[in-house]
Write a protein that binds this ligand. Structure first.
Ligand code: ZN
Length: 108
C-alpha cells in the first residue's frame, strides 16, 4: 500500500478500482476505460479553453463508501472555468466514472 493508492486514501477498503472514460472530440468517441490512482494533480481536462480545470474523484468514492456501496457508476464534472470570448463560464466537460470496492472485514 502506498500513499498513491486509493487504499492509502480510504483505509477502510481492502480493494478499490476506479476507472474513467472521457469523450474525445477528435475521434468523437469515448476513450477506453482506464484505471487511475489518486495524485497530487487533478486528472487533466482536455478542453483547451479551460482554466484551472481538472477532475477529482475522492468525493465520488467518499460518497460511495459513506453509503456502503460496492459499485457505483456516475459522472464527475470539471471544476475549471472555460473562456468563451471575453467571459468565463463553468467548464462543461465531464468524465464517466465507475468504481468497485471491497470493504475490510466483510465476508462476501
Ligand atoms: Zn475543464
Amino acid at each position: 500500500m502506498t500513499e498513491n493508492s486509493w487504499l492509502g486514501v480510504f483505509p477502510e477498503l481492502s480493494s478499490c478500482v476506479l476507472e474513467i472514460q472521457q469523450y474525445d472530440i477528435v475521434t468523437r468517441a469515448n476513450t477506453p476505460w482506464r484505471s487511475i490512482q489518486p495524485g497530487n494533480q487533478p486528472w487533466p481536462c482536455r478542453n483547451n479553453s479551460c482554466r484551472r480545470g481538472g477532475f477529482r474523484f475522492t468525493s465520488f468514492i467518499q460518497e460511495m463508501v459513506d453509503a456502503g456501496l460496492k459499485t457505483k457508476d456516475g459522472t464527475v464534472f470539471c471544476h475549471g472555468r472555460e473562456r468563451i470570448g471575453g467571459s468565463y463560464r463553468d467548464c462543461v466537460r465531464n468524465v464517466g466514472v465507475r468504481c468497485t470496492v471491497e470493504y475490510k472485514g466483510t465476508i462476501s
